[in-house]
Structures are given as structure tokens and as C-alpha cells.
Design a protein around this ligand. Structure first.
Ligand SMILES: [Ca+2]
Ligand SMILES: [Ca+2]
Length: 236
């Protein structure tokens, strides 16, 4: 025997042999012909959960409360009720239901004041004290603090993994610049003629969008009789 559940909540039970079809209609039996249930279509995005955990069918005129909880190191960013923003609420109660409803919840990382995600600091075991304090430390002593390594997408526990220029070579066709860094942040190769001229900004000569390789090379066009400084900058 097999059961077929149709969209009007009617259940048909079929018997392969002797080919007899029975019709069962439990919702109409229990609620009456004009009292069908309503669906609360509820979904949670990554890094959070709902209780009850998802969509629920409810009887007419009933109430139902959803609890919205973000994972550790995340917060509730947005809750929409039937498409209308309700803010980062922790609970919502549907009351006296007489129609289908929708609830969607989205979550976002908790960031430090410098924009570093707490989950990333925790994953890197940078938890000795407050996140605000630990992100300013340079545990692997590569010259960049933890929050700078987040911006550069490098490992704050690996001194070899750091954003830096690694080589400059002059050739007939130009200046070959080499650098290394992460794979997931934007990189800007910048140049300036006079470091003491603080009123003149650095000029971006190349922008590198993720994902990119850890080692990069750029050939700058030939220049004569110029003093130039280069730097590599990264941000997310
Ligand atoms: Ca470091
Ligand atoms: Ca490092």
C-alpha cells in the first residue's frame, strides 16, 4: 500500500491489489470543511537557529512563538515577518492565525571595533583576554597584528604567512614587483615619489581582487630618472 498526500491535505490510500481506492480526509474530519490549517513558513540563515526549528502547520485561531538564537560569536542581524523588517528580535509570536505566515532570520558575525570577526579570533586561539586586546597582538612576530592579518587574510600564528613585498627587479621592459599575501582580501599595489610629502596620497597602480594566488608579480612600466617607493596594502 502507498499513501499520497495532496496539497489540499487529502490523503489517498491505494492498494495495489485488489485495486481499491480509499479516500481519507483527516484535516476536514478534525477541523471541519472550512477550517484548514495555515503554514508558518520559517527559515533561518547560516549561523543561527529557530525554535521550533522550521516551518510549522498550525490550526486556525491558534498562537505560536518562535525563538531566534544566533550561534556563538554571531548575532541576529535581521528578522522579517511576512517580508517586513522587524529588527534583531529574539522572539516573535504569531497570534490568532487566520492566514499563511512567513518568518526569515539572518545572522552576522560579531565584529571588534576594528572589524575583526570574533569567530576568526577564536578559531586562531586568540582568546587570552578580550578580543579587543588580543587583536592588537602580534603573536607570530611577523610585524602585523592579528587584526591586520585578518584584513590581509594571512595566518596570525604563522610568521611565514604575511603580507609583504618580496622582490624588485629592474629589466628592460620595466620594473618587476613581487609580493605575497592572502587569498581573500583586496590588494592594492601603490606608489609614491616622496615619503616625506605627507600631503600627497599614495597612487594605486594595480588592484587585485579575490580570490588570488598567495604569490603575485606585476610588471610596472619603465620609468627613468625617478625615485619611487612601492607598498602593498590589503583590506576586506
Ligand atoms: Ca602577526
Ligand atoms: Ca602571520
Amino acid at each position: 500500500m502507498s499513501l499520497i498526500v495532496t496539497r489540499d491535505y487529502t490523503i489517498y490510500a491505494t492498494l495495489i491489489y485488489p485495486f481499491t481506492l480509499f479516500r481519507i480526509d483527516p484535516w476536514q474530519l478534525s477541523l471541519g470543511a472550512d477550517r484548514k490549517p495555515f503554514l508558518i513558513n520559517a527559515t533561518a540563515g547560516p549561523h543561527g537557529a529557530l525554535n521550533p526549528p522550521g516551518s510549522v502547520w498550525v490550526e486556525p485561531d491558534s498562537d505560536l512563538t518562535y525563538t531566534i538564537t544566533a550561534d556563538t560569536y554571531f548575532h541576529t542581524d535581521s528578522v522579517k515577518i511576512n517580508g517586513t523588517e522587524a529588527g534583531p528580535i529574539a522572539t516573535h509570536t504569531f497570534t490568532n492565525l487566520n492566514s499563511h505566515q512567513m518568518l526569515t532570520a539572518d545572522f552576522a558575525p560579531i565584529l571588534t571595533s576594528r572589524g575583526t570577526p570574533e569567530w576568526w579570533l577564536n578559531q586562531a586561539n586568540l582568546t587570552n583576554g578580550s578580543f579587543e586586546a588580543t587583536e592588537t597582538t602580534d603573536l607570530d612576530q611577523d610585524g602585523l597584528t592579528a587584526w591586520q592579518e585578518w584584513q590581509a587574510d594571512t595566518d596570525p600564528n604563522d610568521p611565514a604567512d604575511v603580507l609583504k613585498l618580496t622582490g624588485v627587479q629592474m629589466g628592460e621592459s620595466g620594473l618587476s614587483l613581487n609580493w605575497q599575501g592572502g587569498n581573500a582580501s583586496r590588494q592594492y599595489l601603490e606608489t609614491k615619489q616622496n615619503l616625506s610629502d605627507t600631503g600627497t596620497p599614495w597612487s594605486v597602480i594595480f588592484t587585485n581582487y579575490p580570490p588570488m594566488l598567495s604569490s603575485q608579480t606585476l610588471l610596472d612600466w619603465p620609468r627613468t630618472n625617478q625615485t619611487l617607493f612601492y607598498r602593498i596594502r590589503a583590506e576586506r
